[in-house]
Structure formats: structure tokens, C-alpha cells
Write a protein that binds this ligand. Structure first.
Ligand code: MN3
Length: 201
């Protein structure tokens, strides 16, 4: 099988109390595992077997719905786990902080706009901070789509993303997506986001 689920880069309970242990166990061990398993089934015996996950995602417009949804699910969740850390949060510094201030006016204004993108994504999807033409932008995508996909409404290089599917927050926050999005700021690994920004700029 070409794709495998990597272990989380921290313990399941490491993001407590912001993201609870049971949610992390089910989200990573069941949901993400299912995207990997279904992706492997969907590409078995096809020319897609030899492609990287990045290649598959970029070709989303010309691959089957099963490969698009599960390939997107695999890429998005891997990216999401790597964006988080215990004892994290706070604010970015350096060039990333400057770029956020230039694009959105202030860190607080960026937080408001990013949360609004997550809140207004109807149903399941993701909110993203991307680099597009050298500048930062906020956008959102439905289902397991992402801004790398050729079919994305707004295309760019993601440097931060938040999963707003109910499975990401329902056990702890129930219908309170806004509370989950508020807690998300406490677990962002800005070092990782800054490194992605450097690479994308
Ligand atoms: Mn998810």
C-alpha cells in the first residue's frame, strides 16, 4: 500500500484542554486512517499508484471523486497535525508577523477574518491562510478540498489550515464551532507556519 498514516507528532492528550484526547484519538486513528485506507483502495491498480500525495491533490480536477476526497483528506490532515503543538499558540514574530500586519492590519484583525472564514464555511470544510502571488490571503474550501487543488476557487500555498468538520470538535464543543475556533489559537505551532511561509515566499 503506497500511503500510510504517520503517528501524531505528539501524544493524543497533548493538546488538552483545547482539543480533547478522545477527539484526537478518533480524528487521527479513525477519520484520517479511513482517508488513507480509502485512498489506497481508490488508486489500487491505477497509474495514480506511483504519484505523490502532492501530485494527486494538484490534479484534483482530473481524478475521481474518491481520490480527490480521500487524497485531500490525507493531505489536509497531515498538514493539520503538523500545524499544532502543545504549549504553543501566542503570536508569530519576524517576517510572518510583518506579512500578517501588512495583509490584515493587525494580528487581531487576522484572527477575526480567519475565524469568519471558518464560521461561514457551510457544512464541512477547511479555512486556510495561504500565500498567493507573494501575499497572504484567507480562504476556505468545502469537504476535503484545499487551495493546492487545480479546481480550488482560490489557489495558493497553504501555510495554516483549520478543520471545521464537526468530527474535529463535536465531542467537546458540540455545535459551538466558534468556541473550537477560539481554542485553536492556543495550539498553533507558529514555528512550523513561519517555516512554511519562508518556503512559499
Ligand atoms: Mn478532519
Amino acid at each position: 500500500m503506497p500511503f500510510t498514516l504517520s503517528p501524531l507528532p505528539y501524544a493524543h492528550e497533548a493538546l488538552e484542554p483545547h482539543i480533547d484526547t478522545l477527539t484526537m484519538q478518533i480524528h487521527h486513528g479513525k477519520h484520517h486512517q479511513a482517508y488513507v485506507d480509502n485512498l489506497n483502495k481508490a488508486i489500487a491498480g491505477t497509474p495514480h499508484e506511483n504519484k505523490s500525495i502532492e501530485q494527486l491533490v494538484k490534479e484534483a480536477g482530473s481524478i475521481s471523486a474518491a481520490v480527490r476526497n480521500n487524497g485531500g483528506g490525507h493531505w489536509n490532515h497531515t498538514f493539520f497535525w503538523e500545524s499544532l503543538a502543545p504549549q504553543a499558540g501566542g503570536q508569530p514574530s519576524g517576517k510572518l508577523a510583518d506579512a500578517i500586519n501588512a495583509a490584515f492590519g493587525s494580528f487581531t484583525s487576522f484572527q477575526e477574518k480567519f475565524a469568519a472564514a471558518g464560521m461561514t464555511r457551510f457544512g464541512s470544510g477547511w479555512a486556510w491562510l495561504i500565500v498567493k502571488d507573494g501575499k497572504l490571503e484567507i480562504c476556505s474550501t468545502p469537504n476535503q478540498d484545499n487551495p493546492l487543488m487545480d479546481i480550488a476557487e482560490v489557489k495558493g500555498t497553504p501555510i495554516l489550515g483549520v478543520d471545521v468538520w464537526e468530527h474535529a470538535y463535536y465531542l467537546k464543543y458540540q455545535n459551538r464551532r466558534a468556541d473550537y475556533l477560539g481554542a485553536f489559537w492556543q495550539v498553533i505551532n507558529w514555528n512550523v507556519v513561519a517555516a512554511r511561509f519562508e518556503k512559499a515566499s
